[in-house]
Design a protein around this ligand. Structure first.
Ligand code: GDP
Ligand code: K
Ligand code: MG
Length: 263
């Protein structure tokens, strides 16, 4: 079909519902996700009914721990959509982009809707969206769901979005482990590779490692845990935070805050 399917994803309180309501108007369908009591909302773009928008539960991470994370993750790993629209609270990018790193690793087209931009002046925050877009390899659009600004550009960029143009690069030692995991297995998708590193049971089941591969994976990760003096899940969390700390320092300046090294 000619339909384009957008998946709306973001942290709780990033403005997803406001964004969904503005895009869909009264063209909304409310139900439940199968098997869980998590509300499911989808709709059509008010100005173009060939665009289908799926709202997803607000989450901080694509871990398999909460029903919301599970619903969002299963959906994002399916073929039921074309583009991820990641709603990000512009007043809190370092925290919000933690989820973004994972969304980008899935490998499907991602567009960042930088929301709450109406608050930036008041909060004395400046964000260089071009640098942010370049660093993450995905388009970034300034929006304000409060003021209904930026939505036409958001839709138009989302319609032509391509898969992420760069691979987020972590610490060399971690990258070396991931490269070893990739060559010891048939897993090449970045999201799956990192989840295998984390020992994510569902993903390991999904990629169906052979017994021999699973053994090699265990060895590679045991070595990494020795080198990092940390456990596999914490290693990944720390890698993401380190990446985001330096990204935020590069793209954001807060005149009353802690960062002065904006260039
Ligand atoms: P959700 O949890 O991601 O669905 O977020 P909501 O859409 O419910 O928004 C959370 C809160 O932020 C609500 O009080 C909204 O009115 C407010 N909000 C959403 N978008 C904006 C925005 O662009 N600017 C401002 N100032 N507030 C917003
Ligand atoms: K949310
Ligand atoms: Mg909501």
């Amino acid at each position: 079909t000619d339909n384009k399917r957008f998946a709306l994803v973001g942290n709780p309180n990033s403005g997803k519902t406001s964004t969904f309501n503005l895009l869909t108007g009264s063209n909304q369908y409310v139900g439940n996700w199968p098997g869980v009591t998590v509300e499911r909302k989808s709709g059509k773009y008010a100005k173009d009914k060939t665009i289908i928008i799926q709202d997803l539960p607000g989450i901080y991470s694509l871990s398999p721990f909460t029903p919301e994370e599970n619903v969002t993750r299963d959906y994002l790993l399916s073929d039921d959509y074309d583009v991820i629209i990641n709603v990000v609270d512009a007043t809190n990018i370092e925290r919000n982009l933690y989820l973004t790193t994972q969304l980008i690793e899935i490998g499907k087209p991602v567009v960042i809707a930088l929301n709450m931009t109406d608050l930036l002046i008041k909060h004395d925050i400046f964000i260089n969206t071009e640098k942010l877009s370049y660093s993450l390899g995905v388009p970034v659009v300034n929006i304000s769901a409060l003021k209904n600004q930026g939505f036409e550009e958001l839709v138009s960029l989302s319609q032509k979005a391509r898969p992420p143009q760069v691979e987020l690069h972590y610490d060399e030692r971690f990258e070396a482990s991931l490269a070893e995991l990739a060559s010891a297995t048939h897993v090449s998708n970045r999201f799956e590779l990192i989840k295998v590193f984390e020992n994510d049971e569902k993903i390991i089941e999904r990629v169906a490692l052979s017994a021999k591969q699973a053994e090699e994976v265990s060895d590679i990760i045991a070595i990494a845990e020795d080198i990092f003096l940390d456990d596999r899940q914490s290693i990944v969390v720390n890698e993401r935070y380190q990446y985001l700390t330096s990204l935020a320092a590069m793209v954001e300046s807060r005149s009353k805050g802690v960062r002065f090294n904006f260039s």
